[in-house]
Write a protein that binds this ligand. Structure first.
Ligand code: SAM
Length: 263
């Protein structure tokens, strides 16, 4: 299993940290795609099934195949009542285990920066999608500051604490996405910025959800010494925008792209 897949091995912790924001953005992404019902979908890098469940609930697919390299995430996904229609399997976006033209839509939700060769993954999605079908993705705009976990990066940075995130952040930029879609021969390319409000009942709700050992930030927080953790907690409490009831909310945004396979 790759380093990126290991980081996301705990499907339950992922749900608490990111699943809810992933679902909010995923719903907007699906609305924007605005595709007909009854299509055969492929969900690449399905993780714990948050987006898979949204596909089943919102676009009435004929079938859904969903793939991820993490067994832990897949185990969580398979238990989702709303994703029973989906066929989950282990696999890598760069070598999709499907024949050419098997799907009407191949989508990748919040995955592209974790794939070592993102262009290869896009080419693979185009290969397994039929002529006239759609290939689409959305990813938090990491370089533009759209990540829901951005306050943690900012706070750690301000304290001189290292947070190594060896992901291809450039792949989350709109120009990089467009270049990959064009290189894969996709046509009628459309792009969109998806904005959501990230909200927590209070600081403890925020801290509990981000300090589970999942993803780069959760794992980094769990490696801090007790005093560093306390420093980070205090810095975040100071930096986060809270209203007079203690409720925290801020904006996160993602870049989305879609294109059609020729033919
Ligand atoms: C941030 S999660 C997104 C999960 C889900 N799509 C969602 O919207 O919540 C990133 C996922 O990418 C998966 N991943 C990492 N490397 C991958 C690869 N090479 N091919 C396919 N998926 C990969 C991870 O295992 C993880 O489940």
């Amino acid at each position: 299993m790759s380093e990126a897949a290991q980081l996301f091995a705990d499907g339950k912790a992922y749900e608490r940290m990111m699943g809810r924001w992933s679902r909010l953005a995923g719903d907007l992404f699906l609305d924007w795609l605005d595709l007909p019902k009854g299509l055969r979908w492929l969900d690449v890098g399905c993780g714990n099934g948050a987006f898979t469940e949204a596909v089943v609930a919102r676009v009435a697919p004929a079938a859904v195949a969903a793939l991820d390299p993490s067994q832990g995430q897949l185990a969580h996904a398979r238990q989702r009542p709303g994703a029973k229609l989906a066929q989950f399997r282990l696999g890598d976006a760069q070598a999709l285990p499907f024949a050419d033209g098997s799907f009407d839509v191949a989508a990748m939700a919040l995955v592209i920066v974790f794939v070592p060769d993102p262009g290869k993954a896009v080419a693979e999605m185009a290969r397994v999608t039929r002529g006239g079908g759609w290939v689409a993705t959305y990813m938090w705009d990491i370089e533009g500051g759209g990540l829901p976990l951005r306050p943690i990066y900012v706070a750690m940075d301000s304290l001189g604490l290292t947070l190594s995130s060896r992901v291809a952040t450039a792949a989350s930029r709109q120009d990089s996405l467009r270049a990959m879609w064009e290189a894969a021969g996709l046509q009628s390319i459309g792009t969109q910025v998806i904005r959501i409000t990230v909200g927590y009942a209070d600081f403890d709700d925020f801290w509990d959800s981000i300090s589970a050992p999942v993803g780069f930030t959760g794992n980094a927080i769990n490696k801090l010494s007790p005093s560093e953790r306390e420093q980070l907690r205090a810095r975040l409490r100071e930096q986060l925008p809270a209203d007079r009831n203690g409720r925290i909310s801020y904006e996160a945004f993602a870049n989305a792209i879609k294109g059609r396979v020729a033919g």
